[in-house]
Design a protein around this ligand. Structure first.
Ligand code: 5CA
Length: 451
């Protein structure tokens, strides 16, 4: 993309309505624009990152054997009356009537709808296990929408639902989700710690939230610092293996890590003092096992091996896809702007032309652009007739991990400058070497060109 032809409405001033850094930077970098409280338009740069995050989520869900699908945002109230949640959900649910005076609602989650699909089409244990998921807009009429996309009213969420014959099988699905979530967040450059949590309006006994540590997080968390040493890394895992998934769950949840809702001070005090941490975190996902809560209420049964009909065991599992943009920025920025991890960056590499209009500089930039594009990457070429300082400030603000700077002086010696946004370090390289290096970096983060 050439910046002169893109839509990137960056703001020079700090917007006064933004209280936390991620919200401020998303507005300043022209990623989002509020349309009403807690509801945003996703401008091109924000949309690009949203789609990158979404594609990592899809990739890891499909790898875990989960099946993508899509359900509507508008749902009939009748299903929710069956489960008893139409009344129970309270004012967070946005309710409306259609022209026939029927009660409708904008989906805050989709346990009822997926259970209805299941009961219409599945009647035998032979069709289990089954896990389906969607990535879809949700609406919750939050009492205090704030911090930009972090706590929106309309937000983008991955929600997945497992159906199993036994509790044991459903717990394997739970563990499988935990593993897939660890992989998902790490690919986005995040450490998200699974913490024992409270199940709230979703219901159920077993639940973990995934928290990214950040001072601006809305949740107070208590943990043993040993949990932050754990990384999933690039280990291979067989998602069908009960032992392997169980092993990962035990490894990542056996140390103390809880949100304030489940915190137990007496247990916490048994951790050696130097490892005790009280901090704040951003909840970027949650997994639930709730047994037969919905299948009982809605008659979702299957015929078991013995011929008897039994309600299926279920769980649901969510990732806050739009919230993740905020969480990633909270975890990865400096005083100049965003520092995108390679896995989610909107463009792979910036190209800054120090002397637009100079024949050689223009030609060198065009060549770099063509070479990066031919290698499957998505460069952003700042081809505006602006001074260098302004161009650098924009690149730093929007946070592309790599920048190639091209100017007549360097070109005389056959070099351009390759700069890492994270470290600020630069090196002079031939244009070919610079391209090679950037291409090599992204071999490890194959997210494709995106939108
Ligand atoms: N049905 C279950 C699992 S699919 C569910 O709805 N879980 S949830 O309530 O925990 O939501 C899943 C994730 O969505 C949360 O972990 C959080 O990251 C994100 N989320 C929830 N509410 C909001 C909100 N108002 N704004 C942005 N993200 C949100």
């Amino acid at each position: 993309m050439r910046l002169s032809r893109y839509f990137l409405p960056v703001l020079k001033e700090n917007p006064s309505e933004a209280q936390i850094v991620s919200h401020r930077l998303m507005l300043r970098a022209g990623m989002i624009k509020q349309s009403s409280a807690g509801i945003y338009s996703w401008l091109p740069l924000g949309f690009k990152v949203l789609k990158k995050i979404e594609s990592i989520v899809h990739d890891e869900q499909i790898r875990a054997g989960h099946i993508p699908m899509q359900m509507p945002t508008m749902q009939s109230a009748d299903l929710w009356r069956e489960s008893g949640r139409y009344e129970a959900y309270g004012q967070e649910m946005l309710r409306m009537k259609d022209r026939h005076d029927r009660d409708m609602l904008f989906t805050p989650t989709a346990e009822e709808l997926i259970t209805d699909i299941f009961r219409a089409h599945v009647s035998s244990y032979k069709d289990l296990p089954l896990t389906m998921y969607q990535i879809q807009w949700k609406f919750r009429d939050e009492i205090r929408p704030r911090f930009g996309v972090m706590r929106g009213r309309e937000f983008y969420m991955k929600d997945g639902y497992n159906f199993d014959l036994t509790k044991e099988d459903a717990l394997h699905a739970y563990n499988r989700h935990l593993v897939s979530y660890l992989r998902t967040y790490e690919r986005m450059g995040l450490q998200a710690i699974p913490m024992r949590a409270d199940s709230g309006p979703i219901g159920g006994d077993d639940t973990h939230e995934f928290l990214v540590l950040a001072d601006t997080g809305e949740s107070e968390v208590f943990y043993d610092s040993a949990v932050t040493d754990l990384t999933f890394g690039d280990r291979e895992i067989d998602y069908d293996s009960v032992e392997q998934c169980q092993g990962v769950l035990e490894e990542f949840t056996s140390k103390y890590a809880r949100t304030d809702e489940t915190h137990d001070e007496a247990v916490f005090l048994q951790i050696p003092e130097e490892r005790r941490r009280v901090a704040r975190g951003i909840e970027v996902g949650q997994i639930f096992y709730f047994g037969t809560k919905y299948s009982d209420a809605m008659g979702a049964t299957v015929q078991g091996p013995d011929g008897k009909n039994v309600p299926v065991h279920m769980g649901s599992h969510g990732i806050g896809v739009s919230r993740l943009l905020g969480a990633i920025i909270e975890a990865s920025h400096d005083d100049k702007g965003i520092v995108w991890p390679e896995g989610v960056t909107p463009f792979h590499c910036g190209i800054v032309n120090l002397k637009q209009g100079d024949e050689e500089a223009d030609a060198a930039c065009n060549q770099l652009y063509a070479a990066l594009t031919a290698a499957g990457l998505d460069p952003l070429y700042d081809d505006r007739k602006e001074r260098a300082g302004g161009k650098f400030a924009t690149m730093d603000l929007i946070g592309l991990p790599w920048r190639i700077t091209v100017g007549p002086r360097g070109l005389k010696n056959g070099v351009v400058e390759l700069t890492s946004r994270r470290t600020g370090e630069s090196e002079e390289l031939s244009p070919e070497e610079a391209v090679k290096k950037v291409v090599a970096v992204y071999k490890k983060h194959p997210t494709g060109r995106g939108f």
